[in-house]
Design a protein around this ligand. Structure first.
Ligand code: SF4
Length: 148
């Protein structure tokens, strides 16, 4: 990761601003102008595309005994345990993945567009470790936009 960060900082066509504030944005797709203030320096940039990446936090369920039974995990937690090679996970006879928990309902009426891919990734990893494991994925739609 540090090598990649280094590459980005050194790239002549990538400009990284830290501790900065966007003070102005105008224009339209194909013709934006953005003003960034870093300390006392102000820089105006013209660009055609804007990607807004705000980051996200994983939903911690209140459903399905999460937090009450240590066998109930989020997909991120499962991924960490697979990566650590936990025997309890790799030796499991069966795994059930419940999709859309806490999502696509009245409170959160949207699809995160990441968890289906994450489930498939974890399911394939588990099958690679233990081909005998039964894996069930309970889903409403399979919205798989990207699998690593
Ligand atoms: S459809 Fe898939 S990606 Fe969308 S919220 Fe449900 S589990 Fe997540």
């Amino acid at each position: 990761m540090s090598g990649l960060v280094d590459k980005i900082y050194r790239h002549p066509l990538i400009h990284v601003f830290t501790d900065s504030t966007i003070t102005g944005v105008s224009g339209y797709v194909g013709n934006f102008t953005t003003t960034v203030k870093t300390g006392w320096m102000v820089k105006e940039m013209r660009h055609g595309v804007t990607v807004i990446a705000t980051g996200a936090g994983e939903y911690k369920p209140t459903e399905y005994l999460y937090g009450k039974d240590d066998r109930v995990l989020t997909q991120l937690e499962l991924g960490e345990r697979i990566a650590k090679g936990e025997e309890r996970v790799s030796n499991a006879q069966s795994v059930v993945m419940i999709q859309c928990v806490g999502c696509r309902n009245d409170d959160r009426n949207y699809c995160s567009r990441v968890c289906c891919s994450h489930s498939i990734k974890n399911a394939l990893k588990l099958k690679g470790i233990n081909p005998q494991m039964d894996i069930y994925v309970l889903y409403r739609d399979m919205r798989n936009v990207w699998v690593q």
